[in-house]
Write a protein that binds this ligand. Sequence first.
Ligand code: AMP
Ligand code: GLY
Length: 415
Amino acid sequence: MVLGSGGREHALAWKLAREDHAVFCAPGNAGTAVLPRARNLPLDPDDPAAVVAAARETGTELVAVGPEAPLVAGVADALRAAGVPCFGPGASPARLESSKAFARGFMERHGIPCARTARFSGPGAGTELERFVAANPGRLVLKKSGLAAGKGVLESDDPAELLAFGRSVLAADELLAEEFLEGFELSVFGVSDGSDFAILPAARDHKKAFEGDSGPNTGGMGAVAPEFRADAALMARVRAELVEPTFSAMAKEGLAYRGVVFFGVMVTASGPKLLEYNVRFGDPETQSLLPILPDGFGELLRGAAEGRLEPALVRAFEARPDRYACGFVVAAPGYPGPYPKDLAVRSLPETQNSPGLLFHASTTRDADGILHTGGGRCFAAVGLGADSARARENGLALAAAVDFDGARFRRDIGA
Ligand code: AMP
Ligand code: GLY
């Protein structure tokens, strides 16, 4: 059973179904509704009791949690208490994602390389922030500590803009102010069974809304996998300096879990540094990564959830893939600002015979059979190829054939 309704969950369900597993998508979307060997289950994935009941009723052998919200709500704890294997952490380790303040404290306690960070909260925080911004001219990164779907981060060198954003965050949450790290980003996924782990090939997301990495941050506008700059030497550093220290620190603090740790990494001139942890797979990275991974993904998730990752599978999943993927997110007009929902989709690309895949996010089909968009990021069009240029061309062609009012994508993903 795959929990969630986004593009990441469509990709998870697609991969598992392709490996001949019967899959329930809870609740899934209009794309998963027509996947062979998959079935949608109408269900609130954030409701632990409802998920446990559905898993029992269906005889589900493994639950893979897509988004962070069910994890933070304790769905994985409830499933494990009911004896259902679950891929995903309990609510306590999920704080590594749901509280950036907690995660920064964890990195600092264990000497894991990250940006210098100042924290602000409580009465007087606005004045302190004002002093901090005045004392640190130049580019700063401000972050809301709690969950914000990729939109709680502002990079700016304009004191007025920083203060306005900072004050709006402080009205409801803790605020972090970080030094701006220069470099390129990697998304690194460490699948863990609670003691052993496998590092999947690194992907690269494109977080900014517009071409040339301009505009506001989004949840991600497209992803390539594998990222060509993540060669063996760099991945060895990422493993030794970020991944291994994290898993051993998690064990020390009683935060080890069965699921995936997503390391948001900035590769700087002085080496890789951690931007953040997530306790789930990335969206849209998953849509690009899963199509180039070997068979056995279901066994990898099951092994992790049952505390027995097999070394042979770990080796297979750590190998560099021989194919490339380039995924373009097709977004609703206005995203990541306010955007219209329920737009009628006039046509979608044919993927039957094309070297690529189209994943839906939160789409629905009405009684007349008309497909409608759901959220701000509506589809991921993923091109595949033997080299990155071919993958990109194939993805571009698919994305261009998605037709609804105001459909928009960044043409420079993977360029
Ligand atoms: P986060 O949610 O912490 O990963 O931040 C979202 C995005 O903001 C990241 O993927 C980066 O593109 C950018 N970002 C976050 N922190 C920094 C930083 N300290 N320096 C530069 N860019 C950052
Ligand atoms: N693509 C970034 C994320 O899933 O958080």
